[in-house]
Design a protein around this ligand. Structure first.
Ligand SMILES: [Zn+2]
Length: 267
């Protein structure tokens, strides 16, 4: 066990959650048919359609009421949510899943490794610091799977590393008559330790994710934490188009990750 691990784990386990994770944030349309319904920092996204909606990420255990109120403020109905997704099965994005599933009756879709975490309530997480109410997963999402609901099409992209099954979702929106690519990305923010016996492929997975993320060129992108994509500034300026910012963010997360690899593994 590295010194870093011994310091990092107790911090993660006992530190209070950042207050911005639980503060409300104005719900808003980002572009096309996609809306922000998360907290001040926990990104939750409503992809709307005539045949029903998809909700991506459900925040902390106390987030569902806030998310529900944001959805209703925008004029949508909870009962129209048919599918629940997540970018990653850490507690700050799925601890609200069990309650949101009950509130909506929606089906839960997840990648194979994150389905294990979700169904175990986080106990299967190799990082060992996440736990929440378990939820049954109705459909497994393989890499490239297209999620369809009415006219909505979301492409599943496995971006493993941050959790064993973390993933991104890609779609197209129409804004001012123009078709724009829209990516809901799981950025590769580093998790420690990088030497977990429960996840031997972690470094390989992170590197494959960064390599793939650099090949993507979304016109608009959002992420699991508002702070990762400058939510506040973009909301203020009402300008969410940010192709260059996406590439910069990926490179910056990759640098931080490789620095941590050097520290922990000396490679
Ligand atoms: Zn996480």
């Amino acid at each position: 066990m590295s010194k870093l691990l011994m310091i990092a784990l107790p911090l993660l386990a006992f530190a209070a959650n950042p207050p911005e994770w639980s503060r409300p944030f104005p719900p808003h349309r980002i572009a096309g048919h996609i809306y922000y319904v998360g907290t001040e920092d926990l990104g939750c996204y409503l992809i709307t359609g005539k045949a029903g909606h998809i909700l991506l990420n459900t925040g902390l255990e106390d987030s569902p009421a806030m998310i529900a109120s944001s959805i209703e403020k925008l004029g949508f109905k909870l009962s129209d949510i048919k599918i629940l997704l997540t970018n990653q099965a850490h507690f700050d994005h799925v601890a609200g899943l069990a309650d949101m599933q009950k509130m909506t009756g929606a089906k839960v879709y997840a990648t194979p490794p994150d389905a294990k975490l979700i169904e175990s309530g986080g106990k299967a997480d190799p990082s060992g610091f996440t736990n929440y109410k378990p939820t049954k997963v109705d459909r497994i999402l393989n890499n490239g799977d297209i999620i369809r609901l009415g006219e909505i099409r979301l492409k599943t992209i496995h971006h493993f590393g941050h959790t064993p099954g973390s993933s991104s979702y890609e779609t197209t929106v129409v804004e001012n008559g123009k078709q724009l690519s829209f990516l809901m990305v799981n950025m590769g923010s580093v998790v420690m330790p990088l030497t977990s016996p429960g996840y031997p492929a972690i470094v390989t997975d992170f590197r494959a994710t960064f390599a793939h993320q650099k090949t993507l060129h979304p016109d608009i992108w959002v992420a699991t934490h508002g702070s990762q994509y400058n939510l506040k500034e973009k909301f203020r300026s009402k300008n969410f188009a940010d192709a260059a910012g996406y590439q910069e963010a990926v490179v910056s997360f990759e640098k931080t990750f490789e620095r941590q690899v050097k520290i922990e593994l000396g490679q």
